[in-house]
Ligand binder design. Structure first.
Ligand SMILES: NC(=O)c1ccc[n+]([C@@H]2O[C@H](COP(=O)([O-])OP(=O)(O)OC[C@H]3O[C@@H](n4cnc5c(N)ncnc54)[C@H](O)[C@@H]3O)[C@@H](O)[C@H]2O)c1
Length: 252
């Protein structure tokens, strides 16, 4: 597949889990991927793996919660490539969350999560705007979550942050349409990666699978085709949308 050939795409949180799968698919589709992650060891290992056979992958350290780090990434990417054709705002505090009733969430945990999950995509998108505009047609994909529509208990700060990401997506699309920049959101249902997490119990997992139209667990490979579609010209008339990718789980 070559539908992302000649396109430079920044993927935040590409060092593991879904971000890693997105980065791999971008390279398979002929694109150049910039993996930007807080975890230097994992992010650089993924970049080395994806770049080893002649495909193009880079790693840059990023703390999307830190404005100085966001600026440094945008400067480095703009200096190297000039134009950026795609941005996947995927990094989030997610698999490390310990579930608890919302009244027990410490304020500093709430604040840090919001800085990373909600302020981060806004800051990074803003910092990369000159490079995105320079592409003459770019696509931003913000990663939301179907947990928002399910009202899943135990991580209210996460739910609130992802609700914000979804809302921001629609407004961003209208503000950036004049620059030929499309903005959409992927809203994954529960998807099981190589990373263990405490945000779903065995009972919740079974209940979600039963409520889906497709009765199996989702894996990263179930998400990547939708991402490639949204990044490519195949979706050139699609903007301001949130696409649930959830095996038909009913929630509205
Ligand atoms: N896996 C699921 O079931 C699921 C479902 C719905 C939505 N999502 C969303 O998809 C995205 C990826 O999910 P995942 O399962 O791969 O999560 P994950 O927790 O396994 O990976 C998150 C990645 O983000 C990076 N990261 C964390 N904080 C960062 C920061 N401050 N700056 C830069 N990078 C940072 C981590 O190092 C890691 O590589 C997240 O936005 C998550 O909320 C996941």
């Amino acid at each position: 597949m070559t539908r992302l050939e000649g396109r430079v795409v920044v993927v935040t949180g590409g060092g593991q889990g879904l971000g890693r799968a997105y980065a791999q698919r971008i390279v398979e589709d002929g694109g150049t991927v910039v993996i930007a992650d807080l975890n230097e060891e994992k992010g650089s290992a993924v970049a080395a793996e994806l770049g080893a056979d002649g495909a193009t992958a880079r790693f840059h350290h990023l703390d999307v919660g830190d404005p100085a780090s966001v600026s440094a990434l945008a400067d480095a990417v703009t200096a190297e490539f000039g134009a950026v054709h795609g941005l996947v705002n995927n990094a989030a505090i997610f698999s490390t969350i310990a579930m608890k009733p919302f009244w027990d969430i410490p304020i500093d945990e709430w604040d840090r999560l919001m800085l990373v999950n909600l302020r981060g995509p806004w800051l990074l998108t803003s910092a990369l705007l000159p490079a995105l505009r320079a592409a003459g047609g770019a696509s931003i994909v913000n990663v939301g979550s179907d947990a928002v529509w399910l009202g899943r208990p135990g991580y209210l700060h996460y739910i609130a942050s992802k609700g914000g990401v979804t809302a921001m997506t629609h407004a961003m699309a209208h503000e950036l349409g004049g620059d030929l920049i499309r903005v959409n959101s992927i809203s994954p249902g529960a998807t099981y990666t190589e990373v263990p997490r405490g945000t779903v119990s065995a009972e919740q997992k079974a209940a979600m699978q039963a409520a889906q139209a497709l009765h199996r667990d989702a894996e990263p490979a179930d998400m990547v085709g939708v991402l490639a579609f949204l990044l490519s010209e195949d979706s050139r008339w699609v903007t301001g949308q949130t696409l649930s990718v959830n095996g038909g789980l009913l929630h509205r």
